[in-house]
Design a protein around this ligand. Sequence first.
Ligand code: 5GP
Length: 205
Amino acid sequence: MIEGTLFVVAAPSGAGKSTLVNALLEREPGISLSVSHTTRPPRVGEEYGRHYFFVERPDFEREIADGIFLEHAEVHGNLYGTSRTVVEGKLAEGADVLLEIDWQGARQVRMGKPDCVSVFILPPSRGELERRLRGRGSDAPEVIERRLFNSREEIAHAHEFDYIIVNDRFEDALGDLQAIVRAVRQRTPWSARRHESLIEELLAP
Ligand code: 5GP
């Protein structure tokens, strides 16, 4: 079995990352989204185990000490982390896995898994980023201000990623993201394995 590909997607809050990723997953079956652990309280409509595993800070800190995370970071004052066993288990089964994480986590993943494919999503402008963040309506004003302030730090690391996409027109950005995933999936040895019988048939005397 060839291991699946690990995709890492990062963006400042408000760039539209989650909407893009969810649309990508609908169009490209066979990619599994990793559900992170976080100490952030749930937003309205968020479910335990579907959006995040919501945990208390002492429990999260114990999990860090136990080494359960492939990567973890403090973002906007809360801890976030990716379970190592879940991700490695899925990759070992040959499934592609996508992580929606921040630049600090992406850096850790890149060190541990240099074959990962990383994508950074930019908003088309500062004004648009601000408009999208304020329009979300699910965060308190001080949370929005913190996210706006932190967006500069996130964007400063865009050049560390394999690809950068601008989410101006949603359909274009989705097309770009899908193009990256599709190109990666046609690489050998993955595609050679998928098309093994075709290659054999074409080579038959
Ligand atoms: P939110 O609270 O809006 O869901 O996410 C805030 C930020 O935390 C986003 O940049 C998101 O990508 C990042 N994040 C979510 N899960 C993880 C994770 O498991 N690890 C890291 N490093 N960042 C994460």
